[in-house]
Design a protein around this ligand. Structure first.
Ligand code: ACM
Length: 546
């Protein structure tokens, strides 16, 4: 008897393990991992037709979703106004947070609740990840003949409001289609801020109507590759830029995927391409020749901030950016700005004395102060908040309002705390390990890339944002961002290789509660992404996949 009971218990527990194993969230491959996942029993099996009841707030985005869904599954979407006829129901619940959603799948119904389009969009991204990955890629897969998803109840919302990725197109230019593919992948991982680094010493990449030479001259250089040490510049004429129509197209493309674009014009440092375009008022030494730079590194050929025409130039550029980019933020760079030319320039020295400082960094801050004043004079809907790299903290930032944001990259954790203490908001984009242009393995096949370090997927995943930050400062932390610098990277396929799958690791840090994050589980879920990348036609680091 005792033996029989023992066997029964064993069988029961084996059954429980099997059931648990088959239905736990461990089996789903969702990235980023939602805040809460509860598995149910059974599955929802799609018929040839899917009947959907949509709430007005989600109508437009559901129409986009259903086109893609039908194209990739062959299933037909029909609309109904009657709940008892609907297999999918979208409900507006205004009390929910803007990006939050609930997704409940039973064997007879898929129910989605959210307050705003973004929430519905993220619910649908999750729904796609419950399906075979060709749906996320938006392409048909003839090998899939049956469509079903497990019964599950998901409650989800992001940890951080800012989940960003920066692409440097100043060093190398990849073009519209490449940028759209980046945005697609960001959106798949629920990332929502594309930081577009559009100017550098080595190239100016955005048409500015008032200053046509920025793209006639500044967008082109006499070397495709950039010189570095013993690697000399080649002689290939190279460049490219986005017209204002291109920009509007990409902004709209991103917006429909709930990605806002933050343009960066890096001034007054990293500006040699602009200086080469208009040396007569941007150069500290206009009498000397200036060309778009062909080398890597940080050029000393910075904008003469003491020239009123240079200040006017920056204001005019901001005016055109404001018209092109409706999002509330503009990034003005501010990193790595050598002051050697200011030290040699009489106007700069006089201006430094006039502002009562001996710190040349304050000339930079004073330049920004004038730009802030210009922006504050605009009507409210045209005002933009400014973001800077964390080097601005080396100057007297009390000249600036504290509604600016510091993007923390070098000594990021300390810099972010300092910014928050000064009352500013901050975004964590630590060079180590969030510069995902750096090598991601010691393999000899790894491409050349900027920076000497190796940031494995594990290193990227293991970074803990906002660790040990005093509670009273935590509200200043807007979120996280991965950055991609392209000194060495000429081809889109190499951008993709280095970006993927590390971008997914950063996306999860931005979305998932820290207490739920687990590297081994992430790697398990990541395995499904091979199929997504392959079907999407993007390159990725295959060594991370088992
Ligand atoms: C930077 O990496 N120079 C922001």
């Amino acid at each position: 008897m005792e033996m029989k009971r023992w066997i029964m218990m064993l069988v029961a527990s084996m059954f429980m393990v099997a059931t648990y194993g088959a239905t736990t969230s461990q089996q789903l491959s969702l990235i980023p991992l939602p805040k809460s996942v509860e598995m149910g029993d059974g599955e929802f099996v799609f018929g040839k037709k899917l009947t959907v009841m949509v709430t007005p707030v989600a109508e437009e985005l559901f129409a986009d979703f259903s086109k893609e869904f039908s194209a990739s599954t062959g299933l037909i979407v029909k609309y109904t106004r009657k709940s008892n006829k609907a297999q999918v129901e979208l409900h507006c619940v205004p009390s929910m947070a803007p990006e939050a959603y609930r997704l409940k799948v039973t064997s007879s119904k898929i129910e989605i609740c959210a307050a705003e389009p973004a929430g519905f969009y993220y619910a649908l991204q999750t729904l796609k990840q419950l399906l075979p990955r060709n749906v996320m890629a938006g392409v048909a897969d003839p090998t899939v003949t049956e469509w079903s998803i497990p019964c599950v109840e998901i409650e989800d919302e992001p940890r951080f409001a800012w989940r960003g990725f920066m692409l440097d197109e100043g060093r190398h230019f990849f073009g519209k289609e490449a940028v759209k593919r980046v945005i697609d992948v960001m959106a798949a991982y629920k990332m929502n801020r594309f930081h577009w680094h559009l100017s550098e010493d080595q190239g100016w990449r955005i048409e500015i109507k008032k200053y046509p030479k920025l793209t006639e001259i500044g967008a082109w250089r006499d070397s495709k590759g950039l010189g570095y040490g013993n690697v000399k510049p080649d002689t290939e004429r190279y460049g490219g830029f986005y017209t204002q129509d291109d920009i509007r197209e990409i902004v709209a493309y991103a917006k429909s995927r709930f990605v806002e674009i933050v343009p960066e014009i890096d001034i007054p440092g990293h500006s040699q391409a602009a200086v080469a375009s208009y040396p007569e008022f941007l150069a500290c030494d206009p009498q000397n020749p200036h060309e778009v730079w062909k080398w890597q590194g940080v050029s000393t050929d910075v904008i003469n901030v003491a020239n009123p025409k240079a200040v006017q130039f920056a204001k005019d550029v901001i005016d055109e950016l404001t018209e092109l980019f409706p999002f509330g933020y503009i990034h003005l760079g501010g990193d790595e700005c050598p002051v050697v030319k200011w030290k040699q320039n009489e106007d700069c020295k006089a201006q430094l004395a006039a502002i009562g400082s001996q710190n040349f960094r304050d000339l930079q801050i004073n330049f920004y102060r004038q730009l802030v004043d210009h922006i504050k004079q605009k009507p409210v809907e045209k005002q933009r908040k400014l973001i800077f790299w964390n080097e601005i903290l080396y100057g007297n930032t009390s000249m600036l309002p504290n509604d600016i944001t510091v993007m923390a990259w070098v000594g990021a954790d300390r810099a972010a705390i300092e910014a928050a203490k000064r009352g500013m908001t901050t975004i964590l984009s630590p060079q180590i390990p969030y510069y995902i242009n750096r090598k991601q393995s010691p393999l000899p096949t790894e491409p050349m890339s900027q920076g000497h370090g190796t940031e494995s997927v594990k290193a990227v995943y293991s970074y803990v944002p906002m660790k040990d930050v005093p509670e009273e400062l935590q509200s200043k932390y807007m979120g996280v961002q991965a950055n991609f610098w392209t000194e060495w990277v000429v081809e889109e396929s190499v951008v993709q290789y280095l970006m993927l799958p590390r971008l997914a690791a950063v996306a999860e840090a931005g979305w998932t509660p820290q207490s739920k994050r687990n590297y081994d589980d992430f790697i398990r879920r990541l395995q499904a992404e091979s199929k997504y990348y392959q079907m999407k036609g993007v390159n990725y680091a295959k060594h991370v996949m088992k």
